[in-house]
Design a protein around this ligand. Structure first.
Ligand SMILES: Cc1ncc(COP(=O)(O)O)c(C=O)c1O
Length: 454
C-alpha cells in the first residue's frame, strides 16, 4: 500500500484501512450487491473534484468556477447514454447520492404525497425504498404464504411508506417467481399511480414489457429499479428496460463496478420533473468526486471486455447454483439468470445467520436473507444470498465455482452438529474448528492466485 501521507498523519485510520485492504484481498467477497473498483476509479474518487460545490446542472450552476465540473458531468451523461443505448427522447441524471434517494426523487418528481405506489414485497426480495412498512401485531397474518398481495402496516419503516401509500405484490408461492397475471389483478384492484420492479434478492430476469403493459392498463408510471442488474444490462448479459419502462433507476456500485452512487434515466418530459426533485427538491451540491469515479467506471463498462465480464458473472452464478444443488442446497426459483443466488436453507441443519457467520470464518463473505414464504424474522431468516460480481472481477471462472461450492458444503457439514447451540457458543465452536481454519487458508491461497489487481 502506498499512502505515505495518510500513514503519517493518521496512523489510527491507516491501520483500519490496512486491515480492510487485507480482508478484501484475502477473502472471497460474495455479497451480491458488492464489487471491487479499479485503481483508476478510486483515483478519481479521491481527487480534488471533491472540493467543488456545483448546485444546479451543467450550464446552470449557482456557484462560479464550475466549467470543469460541467465538462465532467456532461461526460458522465454522454457515456451513460452510449452505454445504456438511450433513445433520443430520454435523459439522464447522474447526481443522486445513492439508490434510495434516487428512488425517492422519482416519487417526489412524479407523484403527490399520499399517492399509491406498488412494489415487490420486501421479504420476497424487494427493496426498502419501494415502500416498506409492516404491522407487528398481524405478523403471522402477513406471512400467509399463499396471498400474493400485501397491504403494508402501521410501522412505516421506510420514508417512502410514510409519504406515499405503499402496497406490495408477492411472488408466486409455488414458483417463487413473478406471477404477471396476479400482479395485473392486484394492479387493477389497487390502481397505484406508480408500479415498481426490482429488488435485492430476486434471481430471475423480469419481463419489463409485461410490467409496462400492466402499468398502462391502470394509467400508472412504471419504474424499473435495476440497481442489481445495471452491469449485466450494460454488458448485455441481461435484457434492458430502457425505452420500455417510464423511468429506470440504478445504483452504480454493484454489477456496474463503479464507486457508490446512482443514476436516473427517464423520458425527457418526466426527467424535467425528476431533475427538480433531485435539485433543489432533495439534494444540494452533487458529489463531484463520485461522479468522476462513475465516469471512469462507465468507460470501463463501454469496453468489449466488460461484456465478457458480465457474461462470466452469470455463468459463474449458474455454475455455482448447479454445484451447490449437487450437495442438496435448494435454490429459490430453482436457479438464476443473473449474478445472485438465494439459497433456501430450510432443509439444512443451519439457517442463514449461523451459516453466514461460519462462512466468514472460512473466508467466504455472504449475507443472510429472507426468502419467499419466509416465516422467520429478518434478523434470523431462512436463506443465504450469494453473488458472483466481485469474484468474477478477480478473474475466477467455473472451476473456482465448483471449488467454492465444495467449501460451502464442507462448512455446512462441519457446523451442522452445533445447530442447537446459542449463537455465541456456536461461534466459539466455529472459531476453534480446524476444518474451517484450513478452508480459510485454502481460500487465501486461491485469492493469491486471483489477486485484486484492476
Ligand atoms: C434494488 C435496489 N434499489 C435501491 C437500492 C438502494 O441503494 P443504496 O443502498 O445506494 O441507497 C438497493 C441497494 O441495495 C437495491 O438493491
Amino acid at each position: 500500500m502506498d499512502k505515505p501521507n495518510l500513514k503519517k498523519q493518521d496512523p489510527e485510520l491507516y491501520n483500519i484501512l490496512e486491515k480492510e485492504e487485507f480482508k478484501q484481498q484475502n477473502k472471497l467477497s460474495m455479497i451480491a450487491s458488492e464489487n471491487f473498483t479499479s485503481k483508476a476509479v478510486r483515483e478519481a474518487v479521491g481527487s480534488v473534484f471533491m472540493n467543488k460545490y456545483s448546485e444546479g446542472y451543467p450550464g446552470k450552476r449557482y456557484y462560479e468556477g464550475n466549467y470543469n465540473i460541467d465538462e465532467l458531468e456532461n461526460l458522465a451523461i454522454s457515456r451513460t447514454k452510449e452505454l445504456f443505448e438511450l433513445p433520443e427522447d430520454w435523459e439522464v441524471n447522474v447526481q443522486p447520492l445513492s439508490g434510495s434517494p434516487a428512488n425517492l426523487a422519482v416519487y417526489i418528481g412524479l407523484l403527490k404525497p399520499g399517492d399509491k405506489i406498488m412494489g415487490m414485497y420486501l421479504p420476497d426480495g424487494g427493496h426498502l425504498s419501494h415502500g416498506w412498512s409492516y404491522s407487528p401485531k398481524s405478523e403471522e397474518a402477513e406471512f400467509v404464504p399463499n396471498a400474493m398481495f400485501y397491504q403494508g402496516g402501521s410501522r412505516k419503516v421506510n420514508v417512502t411508506s410514510k409519504f406515499f401509500e405503499a402496497v406490495q405484490y408477492k411472488t408466486n408461492p409455488e414458483t417463487q417467481m413473478f406471477d404477471y397475471e396476479e400482479i395485473e389483478k392486484i394492479a387493477l384492484e389497487q390502481k397505484p399511480k406508480l408500479i415498481i420492479t426490482g429488488g435485492t434478492a430476486y434471481p430471475r430476469e423480469i419481463d419489463y414489457k409485461r410490467m409496462k403493459a400492466i402499468a398502462e392498463k391502470v394509467d400508472a408510471y412504471y419504474l424499473a429499479d435495476v440497481a442489481h442488474e445495471a452491469g449485466l444490462i450494460a454488458g448485455k448479459a441481461n435484457k434492458s428496460p430502457v425505452g420500455i419502462a417510464d423511468v429506470v433507476t440504478f445504483t452504480t456500485h454493484k454489477t456496474l463496478r463503479c464507486n457508490r452512487g446512482a443514476m436516473i434515466l427517464a423520458r425527457t418530459d418526466l426527467m424535467k420533473k425528476i431533475n427538480r426533485a433531485i435539485f433543489p427538491g432533495l439534494q444540494g451540491g452533487p458529489h463531484n468526486h463520485s461522479i468522476a469515479g462513475i465516469t471512469v467506471g462507465l468507460k470501463e463498462a463501454l469496453s468489449p471486455e466488460f461484456q465478457e465480464y458480465a457474461a462470466q458473472i452469470v455463468k459463474n452464478a449458474q455454475k455455482l447454483a448447479e454445484s451447490l444443488m449437487e450437495f442438496n442446497f435448494q435454490m429459490v426459483t430453482g436457479g438464476t439468470d443473473k449474478h445472485l443466488l438465494l439459497i433456501n436453507l430450510s432443509n439444512k441443519p443451519i439457517l442463514g445467520k449461523k451459516f453466514a457467520r461460519a462462512l466468514d470464518y472460512a473466508g467466504i463473505i455472504t449475507n443472510y436473507n429472507t426468502m419467499p414464504g419466509e416465516t422467520r424474522p429478518p434478523a434470523d431468516p431462512s436463506a443465504l444470498r450469494i453473488g458472483t460480481p466481485w469474484i468474477t472481477t478477480r478473474g475466477m471462472k467455473e472451476t473456482e465455482m465448483v471449488q467454492i461450492a465444495n467449501w460451502m458444503n464442507s462448512v455446512m457439514e462441519e457446523v451442522g452438529k452445533w445447530a442447537d447451540l446459542d449463537f455465541d457458543i456456536f461461534e466459539e465452536n466455529v472459531k476453534k474448528s480446524e476444518l474451517i481454519s484450513n478452508i480459510a487458508k485454502d481460500v487465501e491461497k486461491l485469492c493469491t492466485e486471483f489477486p485484486l489487481d484492476i
